[in-house]
Design a protein around this ligand. Structure first.
Ligand SMILES: Cc1cc2nc3c(=O)[nH]c(=O)nc-3n(C[C@H](O)[C@H](O)[C@H](O)COP(=O)(O)OP(=O)(O)OC[C@H]3O[C@@H](n4cnc5c(N)ncnc54)[C@H](O)[C@@H]3O)c2cc1C
Length: 496
């Protein structure tokens, strides 16, 4: 008899979802291995803003997650637009240039609402609107919520992670911290029958009916970043966990798993240039600097190089981090005037901006080509302010004319002192390259055959994201495919 029915490798959202799901689906003895010590558990999940993107066909379907919302935000029910399957698919396909794996994205989208209900019932999660990050007040002072992704876990990723561990413990999952899986064990038929794990005091083979790998991407690994993402990613600051080195991907590929998806792609966002090299547990996601649609960004050559107003930040933030990282010195400056300062996310308050009553005075404080920067800002100001009126809560069409690159929304002039600037760089969040899976979460080998006893979920699933990513989809994917992988592994082990 095996030591366990199911071993789950990892301690984030996907792993915990898989472990709880395995227990619900016939696995009596479930072991969860977390590489991090207890005080650093939870992977990127702990650092996350815990926003989930999911389908709801009518605003009333949100009531079970947000009871009392109308009293807190009067007009909520009349203001929120439905987000149906076609809308989710449209957003995902739009940002991924049509490349998101059709079978996996259908599963993700179709099961997103039902999985939210499962998170609430089985996961014991509580929810709130992500007002501090996503809720923007429109010109009438009413909150406007973007479609699809504004419900988050109460107290964000810190609580998402803590609740998952509590739920898993209560469900009878055994958790071993400070214990990393190093390799997979196979029996003589090729079935994955356990892992070799390194704990604080011993290296040990642990047998199981099935193994679920849920141990993240390779965003923490500078060697793999260099190899797969290229220059200058090996020097990128890591926004979250410092434990995700691609261990699971390596273990699985060592025994023949098929790499799948965009191995040259990743999620990276504009963050404070002074942010620490790895995510800091008390700062979580507060180093993000995502209010660039209301200002301009210049690089150290003093030039604008992208359309700050291309779309709502939820659809551009995950690709603009990489774009900043690729600028000279991996450094840029966001510049705002005082009429938009009230629109900056509260997260900006975790650093002090540079300030001046004149644009010249501000630019002199930046480590940029000063002459070129003033030329850029003056040219922008001459070109800005066409169309309108300015509406921070929607694509307002206020645009530039006669400047390259154009700014296509929220292009108001920088004309109201004092002026402020925040230095930013690109911080990597997670990598897109992963493994191919079946619709049941089973890993597929490079012989195109499902690998017996091996399942995966979370950041390790390849194929969903290419080039870019719509906000709130990583955790939804982790929950959907974690639940599926745990269910499949639990049933497979129980049937042995
Ligand atoms: C700052 C920040 C904010 C974010 N905000 C959001 C958001 O609002 N909404 C959203 O959808 N997504 C968000 N994300 C992305 C989201 O956090 C990830 O998509 C999600 O956490 C991935 O879950 P996971 O379980 O696959 O990986 P992780 O949560 O990273 O967990 C991986 C786990 O594997 C463990 N591990 C690694 N190697 C081993 C090994 N060899 N043996 C055992 N364990 C191992 C790690 O210690 C860790 O516990 C954010 C990410 C960051 C960093």
């Amino acid at each position: 008899m095996s030591d366990f029915d199911v071993i789950v490798v990892g301690g984030g959202n996907a792993a915990c979802a898989a472990a709880v799901s395995a227990r619900e689906n016939g696995a009596k003895r479930v072991l969860l291995l977390e590489k991090a010590p207890k005080g650093q558990r939870g992977g990127n999940t702990h650092f996350s803003g815990a926003i989930f993107r999911f389908v709801y066909n009518h605003v009333n379907e949100l009531d079970r997650f947000l009871p009392g919302i109308e009293a807190e935000y009067p007009g909520f029910h009349s203001g929120v637009q439905p987000y149906d399957e076609a809308s989710f698919r449209g957003d995902l396909m739009n940002v991924t240039n049509g490349r998101s794996d059709p079978e996996l994205s259908k599963i993700l989208i179709d099961q997103s609402y039902d999985t939210m209900v499962w998170l609430q019932e089985s996961g014991k999660m509580k929810f709130e609107p992500a007002h501090s990050v996503i809720g923007v007040k429109d010109i009438n002072g009413n909150y406007k919520w973007p479609k699809g992704a504004f419900v988050r876990i109460e107290h964000e990723g810190v609580s998402l992670s803590a609740t998952w561990f509590k739920t898993a413990e209560e469900a009878g999952v055994e958790i071993r911290y400070d214990t990393s899986a190093q390799s997979l064990i196979q029996d003589s038929t090729g079935r994955v029958s356990g892992v070799v794990a390194r704990g604080p005091d011993e290296l040990k083979a642990i047998s199981a009916g099935a193994v679920v790998l849920a141990c993240g991407g390779f965003e923490t690994n500078p060697a793999w970043r260099r190899q797969y993402l290229g220059d200058p990613w090996e020097h990128a600051k890591v926004r979250g966990s410092n434990f995700n080195y691609g261990d699971g991907l390596k273990m699985a590929m060592d025994i023949g798993a098929m790499p799948w998806g965009h191995w040259g792609g990743c999620h990276a966002t504009p963050i404070n240039a002074e942010a620490p090299d790895y995510g800091q547990r008390n700062l979580t996601d507060k180093t993000n600097r995502l209010s660039y649609p209301y200002g301009v960004m210049i690089n150290i050559e003093g030039k604008r190089w992208l359309d700050e107003g291309e779309n709502l930040q939820s659809y551009t933030y995950a690709k603009y981090g990489g774009s900043i990282l690729k600028q000279p010195g991996s450094l840029a400056y966001q510049i705002f005037d005082s009429k938009v300062l009230h629109l900056l996310e509260p997260r900006y308050s975790t650093s002090e901006p540079l300030k001046s009553d004149t644009l010249e005075g501000l630019v002199k404080q930046l480590k940029v080509n000063h002459t070129e920067a003033m030329n850029t800002i003056n040219a922008y100001n001459e070109a800005a302010g066409h169309g309108g009126p300015f509406n921070p809560a929607a694509l307002d069409g206020v645009h530039t004319e006669g400047v390259t690159p154009a700014k296509t929304n929220w292009a108001v002039k920088l004309d109201t002192p004092p002026y402020v600037s925040y230095p930013v760089t690109g911080g990597i969040t997670f990598t897109f390259g992963g493994l191919k899976i079946t619709k049941d979460g089973q890993v597929v080998g490079s012989d195109w055959k499902p690998m017996a006893g091996l399942y995966t979920c979370g950041e390790m699933v390849g194929g969903l994201f290419h080039y870019n990513y719509p906000l709130g989809t990583g955790l939804m994917s982790g929950a959907v495919f974690g639940r599926i992988a745990g269910r499949s592994a639990g049933k497979f082990a129980a049937a042995m």
